[in-house]
Structure formats: C-alpha cells, structure tokens
Design a binder for this molecule. Sequence first.
Ligand code: SF4
Length: 222
Amino acid sequence: MSNVNISIDGKSLKVRDGTTILEAATSLGITIPTLCHIKGLIPTGVCRVCVVEVEGSKTLMGACHTPVSNGMVVHTGSPRVVAARRVIVELLLTAHTGDCVNDTNAENCKLHNLASDYQVGAPRFNVKAPRFHPIEESNPYVRRDLSKCVLCRKCVRACADIAHKNILSIGYRGFRSKVVSGFDEPLTSEACRDCGICIEHCPTGALSAAPGFKALKGGAVR
Ligand code: SF4
C-alpha cells in the first residue's frame, strides 16, 4: 500500500493510503471528538460529531470513516467545523432526555462533556414523545435508561463484534428506533450475562451497572 501526503491543521505528514482522517489526526496528537467510534472496528459515522473541513469539499466530512487522499488539507477546528459540531451536539442532546444533571451517571456522559466543551446549552428543539422510555432495572447486571440513548450503536457493535454475543440490535424505525434485545423483549439474565461490554462503551450513561454489579474495563466482572 502506498503512502500519501496530507496536511492537518497546518501540520504535514505522510500516512499510508487508506488511513482515516481520524487515525491520521490522532497520530499527530490532534483530538477529534467522537461518540460512536470504537477503535479497531469498522466505523459507522452515525453520530457526526467528528466532522472536519476538507479544502475543496463542499460538505464537511466524518473523520472516523473518511480515508485520506494525497494532497488532502484538513481543518479540524475551523469556525465552520465548530459551528456544525455545536448543532450536532444540540441535536443529540434533544434525543438525550431525562434528568441527567442530577443523575449519578452524568459524570460518565461523554455527550454532556462535549456540550460543555462546545458551550451548548439546553437544546432549542422539541422532544418527540416516543423518545421517553421507562428505566429498565430487571436485569441484574445492566440498568438501562434508554431515554438517554442517542442511538450511537456502540453497545450493539461491542456486543456483536467484541463480545461476539449479538444480543442487541436496533429495532423500530424513525423516532421509534431503540436498542432492543430480541423482539424488544426484556433484557433477561439468561440472554445478557455479566460481561459489561455495553456499559463500558456507552457514551451517554444510558447503560450503567445495576446496583450490586460492577463492570470493570475489559468486560471482567467483580
Ligand atoms: S445505549 Fe448507549 S451505547 Fe447503546 S446506542 Fe444508546 S447511547 Fe449508544
């Protein structure tokens, strides 16, 4: 595979063809925010938080899934990028309902940290009723508060592609879309045991360890 020359935020570098903008930026120590990205898995680009400006391109591009090309000039924090990220975070916050500020999971909420970084306040948009879901505490390992879910799909992919369990999927369509187990059945302890991989990857606090269960990094459980 050949190498290509690119520039990111004024820094020139040579990377292998096929490298994503996110990977190239990371190699330079430049942080591009992400919510849906899982290092090592095929990127999906669903959250759009990682958008960057590429000179010559009319539209902003998702850094996590866009491969570099020779001569590419990328800006990761231009006014256009920052303005777009603020709207994206605001839209994601619209889907992230419920009382997070007083929730013990708030400190683990990467979305709220992003909102703080980008000075995004309360969203201007109305929430559609189907976005509210009752908190599920029937599973002894995972507590689910899907009103806070932004459908980033990380739990689905971590369960399928890292834990190889395939317990979760996205069910329904449009505003009714939600993470489901089976045909939207309760997440029983028979189906979902104690690996905790979904909790570890959830960026919003929608998933947390049930009381009495502690999921440790890497999926080990104590
Ligand atoms: S539950 Fe968490 S990890 Fe799963 S899709 Fe929702 S926000 Fe993403």
